[in-house]
Design a protein around this ligand. Structure first.
Ligand SMILES: Cc1cc2nc3c(=O)[nH]c(=O)nc-3n(C[C@H](O)[C@H](O)[C@H](O)COP(=O)(O)OP(=O)(O)OC[C@H]3O[C@@H](n4cnc5c(N)ncnc54)[C@H](O)[C@@H]3O)c2cc1C
Length: 401
């Protein structure tokens, strides 16, 4: 006998839990399937990364009643400085600055450009919320092993051989989703041959809520202001072959390398967390929908973290899907209806393709010391800083507005 739900979400990470929270309260029965134990998710402090949340994500989390909890542990980003640099010749004078006043001019709202939250806080906030909703059932230590679709429902078999049915299956299993494979959805894959080294720093002087992205020939070095004004989180992109070398370097030598890229604006500093590394790839699905199944977030589009937009794009998918499901419910229509899912795919895919292209081009332009590309990059930076419509376009994209 199958257990009946309205919506099954496979994957209880950032995206799966956000989708469950967004769909909660609509009178639906929702199941979230996660292959880790809830205990592991709650107590796992191994992911020391932070996530930059955009203005759009803040608005969505506010709408679904989660922002107050997230904000307790989030720091505001008031300014962003983009610096074209190499440590031989120093920073170029052609920098690009985005500030809170640019945002106010653009949106007519006095709001930070974004927020930085620690990943384990964000995950726990989402999980606690979902665990407290009577319409959400989280099924731990399970994954989908097979999918059967009929014109009126989708049935999944889980690893313990139990069966669940629903009107809609949402796959939110991250980039390497097995449900995407079961659905035979092909992906486009590109290896950037780069690795992100991430760690947090304690420092002497306040970061003044300014995020700095210093573009070096080998890749960007991002300094993200955390809630504590004396703590920043670093995402340092390096060419893959050198990542191992930096990861294993004795701490003193590693900090000397960091200092070359960080400069002296934050004063004396020390490591607040160990180093972690993430190989960087692009992986996007050729389609987002198959029958009554929809892909969201990294399952549909895993992008380069250069602009800190990966999860924010996922929130946009989820916000759209929640809106469409809500509209169908109001009209008394099926929540896994083909027309609704076609609309979801068309709208979200085109928005995500723009971000995929932008991050891909940005990464090629800014991780390059070829003289012609450097010159083009500097002209580009000057252009964006001086031409207000282009600058406004960048502000809007970064904020997801
Ligand atoms: C270095 C770095 C920095 C980043 N910084 C930012 C940033 O500042 N801002 C931003 O917006 N984004 C950022 N991102 C991207 C962001 O981390 C991802 O977009 C986000 O984690 C995607 O969430 P997800 O839930 O789709 O996938 P995941 O986080 O991969 O979660 C997937 C979940 O599904 C579960 N799962 C997997 N397979 C199955 C299965 N078969 N059955 C059941 N459960 C399954 C997993 O256990 C996990 O809980 C960054 C990424 C990197 C690498």
């Amino acid at each position: 006998m199958a257990d009946n739900f309205d919506i099954i979400i496979s994957g209880g990470g950032f995206a799966g839990l956000t989708a469950a929270a967004g769909l909660s309260g609509l009178g639906l029965k929702i199941a979230v399937i996660e292959f880790q134990t809830l205990d592991k998710i709650k107590n796992d402090l191994s992911d020391k990364r932070t996530t930059a949340l955009s203005y759009f994500s803040k608005k969505f989390f506010t709408k679904i009643g989660l922002w107050d909890g997230i904000e307790k542990n989030a720091g505001a980003i008031n300014d962003i400085k983009i610096i074209d640099a190499d440590y031989v010749n120093g920073d170029s004078k052609l920098n690009l600055n985005f500030s809170k006043s640019d945002v106010e001019a653009e949106l007519g709202e006095n709001t930070p450009m974004g927020f930085i939250t620690e990943n384990h806080h964000l995950k726990n906030c989402l999980l606690d919320f979902c665990l407290n909703q009577p319409d959400i059932k989280i099924i731990e230590k399970q994954s989908v092993t097979s999918i059967e679709q009929s014109p009126i429902s989708v049935e999944v078999t889980l690893s313990d051989n139990s069966h669940l049915t629903a009107k809609l299956l949402i796959a939110a299993e991250g980039r390497n989703s097995s449900t995407k494979e079961l659905l035979k959805i092909k992906t486009f894959d590109k290896d950037y041959n780069q690795t992100a080294i991430t760690f947090n720093l304690n420092h002497e002087f306040s970061h003044h809520q300014t995020a700095i992205e210093r573009f070096m020939p080998t890749g960007p070095f991002a300094v993200l202001p955390m809630k504590n004004p004396l703590q920043s989180s670093i995402v340092w992109t390096v060419e893959r072959p050198t990542a191992q070398f930096y990861m294993q370097m004795p701490e003193g030598e590693f900090l000397a390398e960091v200092e070359k890229r960080l400069g002296d604006t934050l004063g004396k500093f020390e490591l607040a967390t160990p180093r972690s590394s993430y190989p960087l790839t692009l992986k996007y699905a050729q389609k987002y929908v198959e029958g009554r199944c929809a892909l969201v977030a990294d399952t549909a589009h895993g992008i380069h973290p250069i602009a800190g937009q990966g999860f924010n794009q996922g929130v946009k998918d989820i916000a759209l899907l929640c809106e469409l499901v809500g509209e169908n419910l109001e009209l008394g229509l099926d929540v896994g209806d083909a027309a609704m899912l076609t609309k979801y795919e068309k709208t979200s895919k085109s928005d995500n393709m723009q971000m995929i292209l932008a991050t891909d081009i940005f990464n090629s332009l800014f991780s390059n010391d070829n003289k012609i590309i450097s010159a083009a990059r500097r002209i580009g930076i000057k252009g964006v800083d001086k031409i207000s419509p282009i600058k406004r376009f960048f502000i809007k994209r970064a904020m997801g507005a």
